[in-house]
Design a binder for this molecule. Sequence first.
Ligand code: XMP
Length: 325
Amino acid sequence: MSNVRPESMERITTEALAQAFIAEQVAAVKAQVGDKKVLLALSGGVDSSVVAALLIKAIGKNLVCVHVNHGLLRKGEPEQVIEVFRNQMDANLVYVDAVDRFLDKLAGVAEPEKKRKIIGAEFIRVFEEEARKQDGIEFLAQGTIYPDILESGPVKAHHNVGGLPEDLKFELVEPLKFLFKDEVRVVGKALGLPDNMVFRQPFPGPGLGVRCLGAITRDRLEAVRESDAILREEFAKNGLEGKVWQYFTVIPDFKSVGVKDGKRSFEWPVILRAVNTKDAMTATVEDVPFALLQHITARITAEVKGVNRVLFDLTPKPTGTIEWE
Ligand code: XMP
């Protein structure tokens, strides 16, 4: 099949166009897979969630969704995947709690690219094990979208469960492969997925693993997850969700002296990052209101265990990258 978007394909900008696309793809998927089973790695990100919802519509329980919780997801994400897909859409969802496996493999590893490799390789291993437990799978669905094919920009292609062994090479089902991100969101909304899933900001495959700087420890990982949840909550409350392209917290692997409850403390800082960009090649820093930064600082230092300072990263890209690792 060609990997070039047909010129005749209209840009999907409305609910009606999305519904037409959905009907067309449901028919195409049915024709492709018949009554065979399809496997999907469902992260809960926009693309895999839209593929899941589309395939549930087409083949119901013959879609086997595997959600791997590697311990590096944001607060509430695994719970939301279970709620939306298993409880609301009645999907055939396998939830794999692989938190200890990933964190044990990552223990003591400080080098960013090594961390990425371990996370990627372990993900394939867990997914492979789950695939082997399933009988009669003949297809693998992937949330490949058109920019992944064009490979534009530095946003790393992250949809392909490449690296599966030869005997697990399935025929691919890629219903979104000619869509741009904004079109995927329109389709996701038309499929009834919740707004906070469809309009979510980009999140790297290695997740919070590259925001817990250096060798990951469980206590700092929890602190990065909790502080990220506070930042997201405050951005949502203050109309910045959906306006700012990407925002998150980072925790370095050093402590500093402070005072808490009248006593000297020796705890970690949290770094806030909020950037805008078109293609992730360059980025500018969001001008977050100072009072909001102060409020977020007060909440993080009061609510997040082990944190006594909050810093705001003022660096555009270049010279900084968006992530810290
Ligand atoms: P940088 O930090 O290179 O990030 O300015 C550009 C965009 O790419 C995302 N990013 C990743 N995405 N796997 C991913 O799937 C990764 O290893 C990875 N590293 C960075 C980053 O969040 C930003 O949107």
